[in-house]
Design a protein around this ligand. Structure first.
Ligand SMILES: C[S@@+](CC[C@H](N)C(=O)[O-])C[C@H]1O[C@@H](n2cnc3c(N)ncnc32)[C@H](O)[C@@H]1O
Length: 311
């Protein structure tokens, strides 16, 4: 199983997360992004059998793989759905609150490596990009259905792509001749709009932007962070691993805001809005992977870990 599980996905900063999150070996934990079950296995090995591990993923294939990997543990409850649906997952497990929450954002290596899922900018890949194959919207729908303004917004906001407008217009021109369904077509379009030296970065940005739009990643993350405050015990912790600046900014701003949510104007000498701090950030505020881990797992290079503690 070892090679098989490593090929699926190697968990990032498992020890660093464990040190900060697993504060009670008999506690309840929510893993919002089970994926291949790498973090789950690492944590379950350290937790007592009386602990409860609630594992969410929106991808049924990931849940099936992880359930097989983790079948020796009887204290795990699986939930297929969004990690923002924490309440429903806790209800399924019969627990009211948790000591720790992990969100390891984005897609797994296995999802990227599977041509059928359409996440990677390799030739010959159908532009799908749904994490949950039951969802309705695909990348093909976005590319063939959104108007220039909407496409530009997606590429600019979610990809931070400099040539967004040009690429959006070229997409609309191309699709008047043929439907855009395969990665090669999108890559050709990007090639027409972007100078060669920026090409690889632009491929990555446009594919990332489409993935974020198709899976509604940013609004779901914001909702999940708010919901985490409702299910964390006082002293409980939330750890979020993000892989690009848009996600990291949301997490950083959320923790900062919850540390000091008071909305009173600075000239008022005392608080009248009544909004009390709900979180404190664990220091250091930003944790990144060590060089040794990055050598073994290049995916760890872009990872940023932030941890907040419920007050
Ligand atoms: C980076 S992988 C997690 C890898 C996992 N920590 C491990 O060690 O194997 C992210 C996983 O989260 C899932 N996912 C992403 N966004 C989600 C969301 N909003 N709700 C539920 N699952 C989500 C993806 O389907 C993917 O399987």
């Amino acid at each position: 199983m070892a090679n098989n599980v490593d090929a699926y996905h190697v968990p990032v900063m498992a020890q660093e997360i464990c040190d900060r999150l697993l504060i009670n070996p008999d506690g309840n934990y929510l893993d919002g992004t089970l994926g291949g079950g790498g973090h789950a296995e690492f944590f379950l090995e350290k937790l007592n059998p009386s602990a409860c591990y609630i594992a969410i993923d929106r991808d049924s294939e990931a849940l099936a793989f992880a359930a097989q990997r983790l079948k020796r543990f009887s204290n795990i409850v699986y939930y297929q759905g969004l990690f923002s649906e924490m309440d429903a997952a806790l209800q399924k497990a019969g627990v009211e609150s948790v000591d720790g929450i992990l969100l390891d954002l984005g897609v797994s290596s296995h999802q990227i490596d599977s041509d059928g899922r359409g996440f990677a900018f390799r030739p010959g890949v159908l532009l799908d990009m749904r994490m949950d194959m039951e969802d309705v919207l695909t990348a093909t729908d976005v590319l063939n259905g959104y108007d220039v303004r909407e496409l530009t917004f997606v590429f600019k906001e979610y990809g931070e792509e400099r040539f967004s407008g040009r690429i959006a217009r070229e997409i609309v021109k191309r699709r008047s001749k043929e439907k855009i369904i395969i990665s090669n077509q999108l890559m050709e379009i990007i090639q027409r709009c972007v100078p060669g030296k920026f090409l690889t970065k632009s491929y990555a940005r446009i594919f990332q932007a489409l993935r974020i739009e198709v899976n509604r990643e940013l609004p779901i993350l914001k909702e999940a962070l708010e919901n985490a405050l409702l299910v964390l015990k006082p002293g409980g912790r939330i750890a979020v691993l993000s892989y690009h600046s848009l996600e990291d900014r949301i997490v950083k701003n959320f923790i900062r805001h919850q540390e000091n949510p008071c909305e009173c104007p600075p000239e008022i000498p005392y608080c009248v809005c009544g909004k009390k701090p709900q979180l404190r950030k664990l220091k250091p505020a930003l944790i990144t992977a060590g060089e040794d881990e990055i050598k073994l797992n290049p995916r760890a290079r872009s990872a940023k870990l932030r941890v907040g503690e419920k007050l």
